[in-house]
Design a protein around this ligand. Structure first.
Ligand code: SME
Length: 203
């Protein structure tokens, strides 16, 4: 099957079945590849294009207008061919824009527990999915696109063998043009997908 066909959505699915279908397709798409840049690029494309092929989120007032990842800056590959002569000073914790689909978005989100700003930083620090029905009512929301009305952000959680609890390594973010665009079914669907993505990659 051509890779692009994995974003074709069969007619007649309800939302639970839609998320199960996307999860299954993503499993096939990520098989045999462990690089997180490559896998997150295909994951954001599959989720975004699948949502746009699903009647509830297709073009129109309820359209999903952004889907992508912000990743802990420490996990980005170090330069290998060109790098500054001096060792850069250590940076405070932050999330950097990773693979995504949609219009351009903010590159950098500062993260500081207790002082987090925005939905992505809060989901990352709290290690919980945040369902925001009205982004304008969310304290500290970062408006990358003034047209976005609602948002769901799911943390990427990784369990290392030598650590007792899961650590957050990034977030998966979806934006919608409608108020209340996402619900609990979307949150749970996204959480299953986030786990699949984390487990499919080397970090
Ligand atoms: N709205 C997010 C920022 C990322 S964009 O939506 C793509 C936030 O408040 O963290």
């Amino acid at each position: 099957m051509p890779h692009a066909d994995s974003a074709i959505i069969p007619a007649g699915l309800d939302k639970e079945a839609f998320w199960s279908h996307v999860h299954e397709q993503l499993g096939y798409l990520l098989a045999g590849q462990r690089d997180w840049v490559t896998n997150l690029a295909n994951a954001s494309s599959l989720i975004y294009n699948s949502l746009l092929a699903f009647p509830e989120f297709a073009d129109g007032d309820r359209m999903v207008n952004w889907c992508g990842f912000y990743i802990d800056s420490e996990l980005f590959p170090a330069p290998k061919l060109i790098s500054p002569k001096d060792t850069p000073a250590p940076q405070p914790a932050r999330l950097l824009l990773g693979p995504f689909c949609g219009k351009p978005a903010c590159q950098l989100i500062h993260v500081s527990p207790g002082k987090a700003r925005g939905v992505c930083a809060d989901a990352y620090c709290q290690k919980e999915t945040l369902l925001v029905k009205d982004v304008d009512a969310y304290p500290g929301h970062i408006a990358c696109d003034g047209e976005t009305k609602s948002e769901v952000v799911c943390p990427l959680l990784l369990k290392l063998p030598n650590e007792e609890s899961e650590r957050a390594i990034g977030v998966l973010d979806l934006d919608c043009l409608a108020l209340g665009g996402f619900d609990e079914v979307d949150s749970r669907g996204l959480e299953r997908i986030a786990k699949l993505v984390v487990d499919a990659c080397d970090w």
